[in-house]
Design a protein around this ligand. Structure first.
Ligand code: CTP
Length: 401
């Protein structure tokens, strides 16, 4: 599955702000992800960045005037507006936001926005006081009430020399929200999906713990794929070093016990649980409240372990679709099959973690999906995001009434 931006038609509206130069990078990112990007600039934006900069990146002519019969698009901004899958205004000044709120159409950008039926996203960038001003705040509210997605601004250093809220959101944030916006009517629209990810940590004392090699990448990739198909996604996360995906709610947990209780609360009104986390099977029997000193022990140290409860097996809610994972080092299919029944799963995703291309921490994975009817499907080596989509294709079928 390619990027959800592939072959989409995106209008990038650029208004006159010191953040305008960042839009060049955004145009580049969207183009690289396979989108056809048409840039529409206001006359103030042209003072900050040249249309040529955008044209060189998007390989498309840039619209700067409402009526320009010599441009490829000519005076027909309506055609551009019709063709678009989404309109992103980044950066959006207080002035353009105000014009949008009033439905004005006195330049190529605002006219395009008024003419489009595609979803619109604005990424404000302005001086902190201009952003806080009651007029701007109420204009932003008007846009939100009209289902315009507002991303940012964020805190940081402003061109005025002050620090405050007014910086344009960063590219990844904008791109993530755009993917979510494009997928909002996808086949998992409004479905509630809980994904677990990462490897739990079981504390021995305040400085030591027992854990495993899970990076969390598989669970996070599934969560992003589900978001990009319109699902409402929660990640119940064991410790990991990954960035929270945009548009996904992340509930942090540490131990197997914490993960079990967090996910029990989260699945209350969920449609699907995808258990990609590597949950500890054992935890230290006792927790030492003070650091265990090296000098106090002998040359060997036996930590007594007790079994944890199985989180996914313990979730017994009628109608909830449960997908498990089986990370194996031998007899992959046989071991995975026995887990389907033991944990009452609808589907299990098995992989051989000794495979160097598809083991822990890798960006790719080669998995076999097994269902409760005994059918198995071997997938080729794919990116974890693509594996996520293949799992979700099965979820979409399981969800059909
Ligand atoms: N799992 C769980 N709670 C646990 C252990 C595992 O919910 N305490 C879930 C995992 O998230 C995964 C599935 O059960 O979806 C299988 O996990 P795995 O570690 O492969 O299997 P185990 O049941 O732990 O069995 P074994 O260690 O013997 O392979």
């Amino acid at each position: 599955m390619p990027s959800p931006l592939e072959k989409t038609s995106i209008i990038l509206g650029v208004t006159g702000s010191i953040a305008s130069y960042k839009a060049v990078d955004l145009a580049s990112k969207l183009t690289q992800a396979g989108a056809v990007v048409d840039v529409v600039m206001t006359s103030e934006a042209v003072n900050f960045v040249t249309p040529l900069a955008f044209q060189s990146i998007t390989h498309r002519s840039v619209v700067t005037e409402l009526f320009n019969p010599t441009s490829e698009i000519g005076i027909d901004h309506v055609a551009l507006a019709k063709r678009a899958d989404a309109v992103v205004v980044a950066p959006a000044t207080a002035n353009t936001i105000a014009k949008m709120a009033f439905g004005m159409a006195d330049d190529a950008l605002t006219a395009t926005i008024l003419a489009t039926q595609a979803p619109v996203m604005v990424c404000p960038a302005m001086d902190g006081h201009m952003y806080e001003n009651a007029a701007t705040q109420s204009n932003i509210k008007v846009l939100k009430d009209r289902d315009v997605t507002v991303v940012g601004p964020v805190d940081g250093y402003l061109a005025s020399g002050l620090t405050g809220k007014g910086r344009m959101a960063d590219q990844d944030e904008i791109e993530g929200h755009l993917k979510q916006l494009l997928g909002r009517n996808g086949d998992l629209r409004a479905r509630r999906i809980v994904v677990t990810a990462g490897g739990t940590q079981e504390a021995i004392d305040p400085v030591r713990f027992i854990s495993n090699r899970s990076s969390g990448k598989m669970g996070y990739a599934i969560a992003e794929a589900a978001r990009d198909r319109g699902a409402v996604v929660v990640i119940v996360a064991a410790p990991n070093s990954l960035q929270d995906p945009v548009g996904v709610n992340v509930v942090p947990t540490v131990s197997a016990k914490e993960m079990k209780s967090a996910l029990e609360a989260e699945v209350e009104n969920a449609d699907v649980l995808i258990m990609a986390a590597a949950v500890a099977d054992w935890r230290p029997k006792t927790f030492a409240h003070q650091k265990i000193k090296k000098a106090s022990g002998s040359d060997t140290w036996a930590v007594q372990l007790v079994k944890t409860q199985d989180a996914v097996a313990g979730v017994k809610r009628n109608g909830l679709i449960k997908i498990g994972f089986a990370a194996e080092t031998e007899d992959v299919v046989r071991n995975a099959k026995s887990k389907i029944t033991a944990k009452n799963l609808d589907l299990i995703v098995a992989n051989d973690i000794t495979d160097p291309d598809g083991g822990f921490g890798s960006a790719t994975s080669q998995v076999t999906m097994l269902d409760r009817n005994g059918h198995s499907e071997d997938l080729p080596l794919l990116s974890k995001y693509e594996v996520g989509h293949r799992i979700l294709d099965r979820v979409a079928i399981l969800l059909k009434p």
